[in-house]
Design a protein around this ligand. Structure first.
Ligand code: ADP
Length: 492
């Protein structure tokens, strides 16, 4: 019985042992699982922390990016605003509160160095009242050497970066009443440099690299605009000076012209009255000579006749000269009446050929006319234009030696006809070519000593052509000949 009980107990104990063992096994398994779970939980926790950290970082970057974009667009607007400004004082006025606040700064100052006064001048002061601005200006000037060094170093200082040797952050913050700031040099190519200060009182704001870059770009832009303004002012000033000079000169010239006109009128009046005075006795001399030559007062001995003929010839020349003088003064004073009509150049040229035919024959000069059909109708005063031809062809004849050649030709363009009278005469030296149209000018050479003349013919011709709104000029080479050219309006 005992044995049975013992064996039963034994078997119960064995059963319990097995059950315990199984439970132990199960417990171990469970403990292992809990451990693994704990490890995964920790891992997950780490990952969650990482995600949160990354999210914060991302948000920060996004914020900075947004700030940078706002900064850049504000900078663009501001640059546009100031780059069109050409007055130094206006440049800083354009940098208004709104722009700087958009950039995140409520306080701002800008200084330019005045090398004559050897001090900084305050050009911009935003966020400060008058006495604060004055205090800032005075303190900056008291510590000017630091700011000058900063400008010459060309580096941007900020609350996160203070160049070596520059003022301490706290000092600047105190002076400009800010918590964070940027100070950037303004360096134009010409003229005085300066610097711009921007800052904020916001204790949460930290100056970023992007903000430093934006303010540096703004300072460069101000430097360039200052250069443009100075260049513009320089150009504007010299233009003003030039205008004043031109005005003064014009005034002087107008006065001189008035004087010349007065003198010229006096001269014309004098020539005109003298010519009139001479013409009356000349007519009597010519009249008496003609009566005597006609033997109306009895036959004349040959000696007296030849002298009388001389008197007659010289009187003719004098009358001719007096008439030319009178005509010149009439044209000069605008008293010569010009009666314009349609004329044929061909007809005038033929008339001239006829007039000088004897002289051409005597000197064996060939005379050619080449006037195209579509270039021969002019609108001018007949008797005046005939005098032009007579004078020019007469001169060509006078100054062309035996067996020479004289040609008249014409060409036209834009309702203007150009007439050329060309000879193979002695030619005119270059230095005399400008003067031959002046009154009484005759080239000083042996030919002119033999050939008679007054030096009035070309003056009269020029006056007549100009009274017809034409131009006259000469091209000549000594020993080869001369070409006198003039223009007249073609008939409509
Ligand atoms: P004049 O013939 O009475 O001397 P003009 O005024 O007609 O006065 O001419 C001025 C001067 O121009 C002449 O003296 C002469 O020296 C020069 N001249 C004019 N026409 C010619 C020409 N065709 N060839 C050479 N010289 C000329």
């Amino acid at each position: 019985m005992l044995t049975l009980i013992f064996s039963t107990i034994c078997s119960v104990i064995a059963g319990l042992g097995i059950a315990l063992f199984i439970k132990m096994q199960r417990l171990k398994e469970l403990t292992d699982k809990v451990f693994t779970l704990n490890a995964s939980l920790e891992e997950m926790d780490e990952q969650a922390k990482l995600i949160i950290r990354t999210d914060i970082e991302l948000n920060k970057t996004q914020e900075e990016l947004d700030k940078k974009i706002t900064g850049l667009s504000t900078l663009q607007k501001l640059s546009q605003e100031i780059s069109t400004t050409l007055e130094e004082s206006q440049i800083f006025k354009k940098i208004g509160n709104a722009y700087l606040e958009e950039l995140g700064f409520e306080k701002s100052s800008a200084f330019l160095w005045n090398s004559l006064a050897r001090e900084f001048h305050l050009y911009l002061s935003l966020g400060y009242n008058e006495s604060e601005s004055l205090k800032i200006k005075n303190t900056v000037n008291a510590e000017k050497d630091y700011y000058l060094d900063l400008m010459h170093g060309g580096k941007t200082a900020s609350s996160v970066f203070i160049p070596k040797g520059f003022l301490a952050k706290e000092k600047i913050c105190r002076l400009f009443q800010v918590n964070e700031f940027i100070i950037c040099p303004i360096i134009p190519q010409e003229g005085n440099p300066g610097f711009i200060f921007v800052g904020t009182q916001n204790i949460e704001t930290r100056i970023t690299e992007g903000e430093r870059e934006i303010i540096t770009i703004l300072a460069n832009q101000i430097g360039q605009t200052l250069d443009n303004a100075r260049l513009f002012e320089k150009t504007w000033r010299s233009q003003q000076e030039l205008e004043i000079k031109v005005e003064e000169r014009t005034h002087q010239l107008t006065q001189a012209l008035e004087e010349v006109k007065k003198i010229s009128k006096r001269k014309s009046d004098f020539i005109s009255s003298v010519s009139h005075e001479i013409r009356t006795p000349l007519t009597s001399i010519k009249g008496y000579a003609a009566i005597l030559l006609a033997s109306k007062l009895g036959a004349l001995p040959e000696e007296i006749r030849s002298r009388l003929e001389k008197i007659n010839r010289h009187s003719d020349e004098l009358v001719h000269m007096v008439n030319d003088l009178l005509d010149i003064s009439r044209i000069e004073s605008g008293k010569m009446e010009i009666r314009k009509e349609t004329l044929s150049l061909k007809t005038i040229a033929d008339k001239i050929a006829d007039l000088f035919s004897e002289q051409f024959k005597i000197k064996n000069i060939s005379f050619g006319i080449n006037i195209p059909n579509d270039c021969h109708e002019i609108f001018a005063d007949r008797s005046q234009i005939e005098r032009v031809f007579i004078n020019l062809v007469g001169n060509a004849l006078k100054f062309t030696p035996q067996n020479g050649k004289i040609d008249i030709d014409a060409n036209c363009a834009n309702k203007i006809i150009q007439i050329n009278i060309k000879d193979t005469g002695f030619g005119i030296p270059l230095d005399a070519q400008e003067s031959i149209f002046e009154e009484f000018f005759r080239v000083d050479n042996t030919i002119n000593q033999e050939v008679k003349g007054t030096g009035l013919g070309l003056t009269l011709v020029k006056h007549i052509i100009e009274a017809h709104q034409g131009k006259i000029w000469v091209k000549s080479k000594v020993g080869e000949g001369s070409t006198f050219s003039f223009t007249l309006k073609a008939s409509e």
